[in-house]
Design a protein around this ligand. Structure first.
Ligand SMILES: [Cu+2]
Length: 119
């Protein structure tokens, strides 16, 4: 009986986790070991980064002009994710849960392009 209850609890927990965790997950703070991408001179300074599934990328705007990070559906992106505009020294962190290639732009400057390859 005890074993059955435990099994049911575990099943409920893993179903909840699967629902909550999409391919892209905005996380409130940069987790330890996350990959850094600086935004400077109207560019993503490291336009392509490679990370392992389950780890995160943190973008930091290092200039006065506001920028953001915007994923549009296509390729490995299933849902649009338009990050907030970042002022100088503000950061934005996304955890990538599913392997694939994730292209992004800056909303007001679509010529600013970057890519996260998740292995
Ligand atoms: Cu921009």
């Amino acid at each position: 009986m005890r074993v059955l209850v435990l099994a049911a609890t575990l099943a409920a927990l893993s179903a909840g986790a699967a629902l909550a965790a999409g391919a892209l997950e905005v996380v409130p703070e940069a987790p330890a070991g996350s990959t850094e991408v600086k935004i400077a001179k109207m560019k993503f300074a490291t336009p392509e980064v490679r990370i392992k599934a389950g780890s995160a990328v943190t973008w930091t705007n290092t200039e006065a002009l506001p920028h953001n990070v915007h994923f549009k559906p296509g390729g490995s992106v299933d849902k649009e994710l338009e990050g907030p505009m970042l002022r100088s020294n503000q950061t934005f962190s996304v955890q990538f849960n599913t392997p694939g290639t994730y292209d992004y732009i800056c909303t007001p400057h679509p010529f600013m392009k970057g890519k996260v390859v998740v292995e």
